[in-house]
Structures are given as C-alpha cells and as structure tokens.
Design a protein around this ligand. Structure first.
Ligand code: AMP
Ligand code: GLY
Length: 414
C-alpha cells in the first residue's frame, strides 16, 4: 500500500514511523514533512493549506491511502476534495471537522448526543458576554468559537482579562469551570464504529508545576496508572460512541481520529474539547505503545471496515518531553543549530520544528523536538527520555523537568 501523510510536526514523525513499521506500507510519502521524517519517507514540498496541490500529489503518486495529520487542512475540507477523486482518506470531512473548527458546533452535537460537558453560553454581544461571565463566576473560561492555533482559550480569575478576550473574539463560548485532572482519550472511527485508544496525559503549561502560559503541549505520558480502571470503557460508552452515532445520524459521519479532551470531575467525566486529529505530543507516546499495525488500521477506518478490528498495546510505558525554542510560546527563536542528537536504547527522537540548513539541522518552530523514552514503567521511561533530551544542544532551548513525575512516584508507591 502506498501512503501519503500530510503534515510536518512531531505527531507526523511518530505517525510516519508507525505507518512505516507496518509491512503492508510499501511506500511512504509525506507532505511537507521535516528533516527527521526525511530519513524514513519521501518528502514533497506541498503546503498543508493547498487542498488542490495535496490532491494533485495524491494523484501523481497514485496512493492507496491519505492520512491527514493537522486540523487546518481538515477544517479546510481537504478530505472532501480527496474523496471526490476516489481516495481513501483517514480524516474527517469539512462538515465533521467542525467538531474542532467550532466550539459552538461541538456543544450542539454533545447536547443532541447527550454527552456530558461544561454548561455554556455562546455569545456575540457584550451584554450577553457579561451576563454569561457573571452566571458562572470565576474562574472564567472563555473560548474563541473558531480555530485559534492553541490561543483561543483563556482560563482566568480576572474578569477584566476574561471580558477583554471575549470581546476580541467574533463569537465566543463562555462556560463553567471544570475541576479535576485532564486526560486525552482518542478514538479511531470509520464513521460507524469507534475504537478507543489508551488514555494519555498532556502537560499544557510552559513551565514546571503547571506554571506559565498555555502551549500546544510540553510533554505527555501513557498509560495513566492513577486513572480509574474503567476509564476507556466509560469514555467509549458515554462520549465516543454517542458522538459517532450522532454525527452519522446528521448525515455527516466522522471518519478519522476523534480526540476527546476530558476532565475527570467529582461528578464524573466531562468533555473539555474535541479535536479531529491525533494530539501532539500524545501521539508520540501512543504510537510507540501500539502493537496493531497502523497502516492497516487507518486504511480500515478510511474504508468503513473496522467491524472486527481490535487494538493491542505493549505493556510498556512511554514518556515524551518537548524541547522548546527560547521564547516559546510567545515568540520562539528559530534558526539556531541543533547538535548532538543522541541515539540511545528505547528512545525515539521526533522532529517537530526543524529544518535543514547547509549540512546541519536548525530550529524552525516553537516545539523543536519531542523525545520519547520507553520503559517497563513510567520511572524507567522518564529516565530514558530525560537522559536523551539532556544531551541535546540547542541555544536557549528549554524543557519541563516534571513530565509524568507525579504519576511515576504514585506508580512506585503502589
Ligand atoms: P482547549 O483548547 O479547549 O483544550 O483548552 C485549553 C485548556 O484550557 C484545557 O486543556 C484546559 O486546561 C483549560 N480548559 C478549557 N476548558 C475548561 C473548563 N471548562 N474548565 C477548566 N479548564 C478548562
Ligand atoms: N496536545 C494537545 C493537542 O494536540 O491539541
């Protein structure tokens, strides 16, 4: 099977590795990819924003499957353009991608499907906004309705800041604050069936102890030894399966990866958000743990044939730590050379924001590399990830030192 993967981040590097390891994948092409992915796939300099160019590339290569990594092309409808040309696509249609493209749309589907989430108001006028803020009180949760590249959500005790963010959005969702640990749980769907993956936890704040600004994610780990034993089953029953059924009933079936961001509150599971693609950096811990051949799995999802599919997982634990550029997330410094990328046992280094310059590799984005350690438990996986990341040299770069720390201590205590 010939596969075209769209995207260029750490998530795509991990997906590329998973696809490549499946023996049914005979050719792997990535558009546009990055220097890390170049070592395992053929790269094509095509923009993820250009639906026609992606479609032309798929035709030229005569691929059997297109896997779309990031949300922007999905919300732009690249899957529809490809399906019209007869391609099997892992990734939702433009209509189904609205689950990530519009917070208000996602709330409406959850309401119709009976899926538990924070109570909310969607507002456009200042008077409605103020009323909504005062209904829920602090901490205020204010979400830009549309895609905002990770900058759309403000959670604050400060009503002025909440109001200012709300007024800066065209349409805004204001919702009640959910208290409890957050987890990410993904499902792979063919539009009728959805296979839940194992949960992961992401660290969204830039600095240790969850301080500093929100980021795209500074690290992740899986499995979650502290999570309730039935978390996967319960999320399937009350979140994933009802969402897939509702999307199908609306005539806009969801084919691809449904990412549920969940809060485990005292009152039970609540959905914080949906994304319509693999999470980054959660994918960098999930794919190394997944034993089920990935290309075959995603092909089955893309061709409405997941009925008998099952997911198998390694017993291992995985921890990934993001190496971020100086100034990330506000104004990451790019163009610095990256040296001494080590090759260590049970460690995988995924490229995210990197590019080639002369003979070397330089930083080209905020999240530069993601370093995954695999081990028999979280402590061993952490040690491996941190041993590797501490050897990488990139001027001004930083990483969190507490990824999976509490979970590994709790696991040892059990
Ligand atoms: P999102 O982009 O929707 O994932 O939101 C970014 C982050 O804001 C989430 O990971 C949460 O930490 C936080 N957040 C979003 N919605 C809520 C909520 N209703 N209650 C508490 N925290 C929230
Ligand atoms: N890890 C958060 C995201 O992928 O949106």
């Amino acid at each position: 099977m010939k596969i075209l993967l769209v995207g260029s981040g750490g998530r795509e590097h991990a997906l590329a590795l998973g696809l490549k390891e499946d023996k049914t994948c005979t050719e792997l092409h990535v558009a546009p990819g990055n220097p890390g992915i170049a070592s395992i796939a053929t790269l094509h300099a095509v923009s993820i924003n250009d639906n026609q160019a992606i479609c032309e590339l798929a035709k030229k290569l005569a691929v059997d499957l297109v896997v779309v990594g990031p949300e922007v092309p999905l919300v732009n409808g690249v899957a529809d353009v490809l399906r019209q040309e007869g391609f099997a696509v892992f990734g939702p249609s433009k209509a189904a991608a609205q689950l990530e493209g519009s917070k208000d749309f996602a709330k409406g589907v959850m309401r119709d499907a009976g899926v538990p989430t924070a109570r909310s108001f969607t507002c456009t006028e200042k008077s409605e906004i103020e009323k909504a803020l005062d209904t829920f009180g602090a901490p205020y949760v204010v979400k830009d309705d549309g895609l905002a590249a990770g900058k759309g959500v403000v959670v604050t005790e400060d009503r002025q800041i909440a109001l200012a963010h709300a007024l800066a959005c065209n349409r805004v969702v204001i919702e009640e604050y959910l208290k409890g640990p957050e987890i990410s749980l993904f499902g792979i769907s063919d539009g009728r069936n959805i296979l839940p993956m194992q949960p992961a936890q992401d660290f969204k704040r830039a600095f240790d102890n969850d301080e500093g600004p929100n980021t795209g994610g500074m690290g992740a780990y899986s499995p979650l030894p502290w999570a309730p034993e039935d978390i996967v089953e319960e999320t399937y029953e009350i979140v994933l399966a009802p969402m897939i059924a509702e999307m199908a009933a609306r005539g806009t079936p969801f084919v691809g990866l449904l990412y549920a961001g969940l809060a485990l509150t005292d009152d039970g599971i609540r959905v914080i958000e949906f994304n319509v693609r693999f999470g980054d950096p959660e994918t960098q811990v999930l794919i190394p743990r997944l034993m089920t051949p990935l290309a075959t799995l995603l092909y089955k999802a893309a061709t409405d044939s997941l009925d008998d599919a099952v997911l198998q997982w390694r017993d291992d634990s995985a921890v990934t730590v993001v190496l971020a550029a100086q100034g990330y997330p506000e104004s990451p410094k790019t163009g610095n050379s990256i040296s001494k990328v080590p090759t260590l046992e049970s460690t995988q280094i995924f490229h995210a924001g990197t590019t080639r310059s002369g003979n070397g590799i330089v930083s080209a984005g905020g999240r530069v590399l993601t370093v995954t350690g695999i081990g028999s438990d979280l402590t061993e996986a952490r040690d491996r990830a941190y041993r590797a990341i501490s050897q990488i040299e990139l001027d001004g770069s930083f990483y969190r030192s507490d990824i999976a720390l509490n979970a590994s201590v709790a696991e040892k205590g059990n």
